[in-house]
Design a protein around this ligand. Structure first.
Ligand code: ATP
Length: 139
């Protein structure tokens, strides 16, 4: 069985969507292994978004991710990495399919970063890496 790191980003927490995201994860049949509300730090985000350092949206992305608490969780279930990304929908909430978290609950707010409610690991290697960053006790 597989594990993935999921974050409800600050926009999602601010809008009171944490429960809705958890509801969809549980309704899909995945299990919560860890769940914690926390505020990121620049150091943690530098690790988490290692691959995006230097990109034009990196600074606004970090600023956004520091703008309030995130709900960090580890979920578990067969193929839950792919499964959660399917629940989340496309990166750009304007075009994310209806039925997905981003498609149903997100929109463009005209800002420099996509405020797209959730993050989910994109592969087994990144899931292991991200779980180690956010929940070192589970690594
Ligand atoms: P997904 O992989 O499902 O598209 P993600 O969160 O993994 O979502 P990444 O490509 O890893 O997407 O980008 C990380 C985050 O950076 C995005 O979720 C979004 O908040 C922001 N982002 C990505 N690309 C852009 C962009 N072109 N303009 C503005 N913000 C962006």
């Amino acid at each position: 069985t597989e594990r993935s790191l999921v974050l409800v980003k600050p926009d999602g927490v601010r809008r009171g969507l944490t429960g809705e995201v958890v509801r969809r994860i549980e309704a899909k049949g995945y299990t919560l292994v860890a769940l914690e509300l926390r505020t990121a730090t620049p150091e943690l985000l530098a690790e988490h978004y290692e691959e995006h350092q230097g990109k034009p949206f990196y600074e606004p992305l970090v600023e956004f991710m520091l703008s309030g608490p995130v709900a960090a969780m580890v979920i578990e279930g067969e193929r839950c990495i792919e499964g959660f990304r399917s629940l989340a929908g496309a990166t750009d909430p304007t075009v994310a399919a209806p039925g997905t978290i981003r498609g149903d609950l997100g929109r463009d707010w005209g800002l420099k970063v996509q405020q797209n409610i959730v993050h989910g690991s994109d592969a087994p290697e990144s899931a292991a890496r991200e779980i180690g960053i956010w929940f070192s006790e589970l690594a």
